[in-house]
Design a protein around this ligand. Sequence first.
Ligand code: NAD
Ligand code: TYD
Length: 359
Amino acid sequence: MIFVTGGAGFIGSNFILDWLANDAAEPVLNIDKLTYAGNPYNLASVADDPRYAFVQADICDEIAMATLLSRYRPRAIVHFAAESHVDRSIHSPDEFIRTNVNGTFNLLNKALRYWQTLPQDEQQDFRFLHVSTDEVYGSLLPDDPPFSETTTYAPNSPYSASKAASDHLVRAFHHTYGLPTLTTNCSNNYGPYHFPEKLIPLVIANALAGNPLPIYGDGLQIRDWLFVADHCAALRTVLADGKTGETYNVGGWNEQTNLHVVHTLCDTLDALSPRAGGSYRDLITFVKDRPGHDRRYAIDARKLERELGWKPAETFDSGIRKTVQWYLDHGDWVAQVRSGAYMNWIQKQYGDNPPGALV
Ligand code: NAD
Ligand code: TYD
């Protein structure tokens, strides 16, 4: 069995669906607190799969993490659980420190104690895969080379600082105690089940509702966009073949300005779901910039390609088209997420016997 933390979020739910699509895959225990960002309906299609189980738990909960580890004895932990939105971290950083730093520390601590009890062959096979971000490296100037695994950490937002702190803890647990860790630092993802507070799903959802499409500042900030299925494939590769103690950068070789991304989304929507009375581009509205806004991120993903043979399969145009089509086909998902209607899922699913009772 593997543990996936934060498996009800955007990338975690894509990862679990992708993992279980392989008939030979090990079972998964999804451990998720179900914050506003965790939507259990993302996993409705595997809810009855005997290889899938869910526990609602907080990675900061010492007893819950220790109990789950000793009860289910995972072969690996794939750690996604985090507060992930930069704008939220600017307004209220506390939860980012609690979950991303203290929660990761608790998980590492409990994983270490569990790992130390394993027989030697199981110790050798065990992996703690920490899913992180390229934002830990800070901001690039226009002529700087992309971030490599040796780029100095220089996080600028409370979000990226909290992820950087968690990366350092993971590194320290490997270096000091020998815990077999792997760290991936990935660029901006997009695709199905992306919470509509992030740029791409927000623009699609707002456009379809006829609302303004907010562009921060001049819109010339650059991100290196990667289709989420490519990220999932990279994580499977690193989990299977990565060298413990190493970090791997994951990116799409796809630097785009925010303005270009929004124009592409509008043009794709114009083609797939034309708007009466004009182009979706007419809804673009320039708004006040984000404080401390990083200007440019770009990933050098050559190590992952050279050492483990991974490279992205999706082009930006094909990935964006698939994403827009997914949102057009899943208007109910957006409405449900925006209304918070999934929040009482636990009660509906489990009644008075919630999954915390599994612990
Ligand atoms: P998300 O916000 O969509 O999902 C986060 C999930 O973690 C949610 O299901 C939430 O309920 C859960 N969670 C939050 N706090 C928790 C806690 N204390 N205990 C247990 N569960 C908790 O995030 P995402 O975009 O899917 O990102 C997943 C991971 O990948 C994060 O660690 C993020 O830093 C990293 N990452 C994201 C991107 C991106 O573009 N989205 C890029 C690179 C790395
Ligand atoms: P976001 O999706 O929040 O990801 P991150 O901040 O982690 O890169 O934002 C992507 C880019 O889009 C970032 O430069 C901020 C910008 N942005 C807007 O211009 N308007 C918006 O409404 C949002 C949410 C983001």
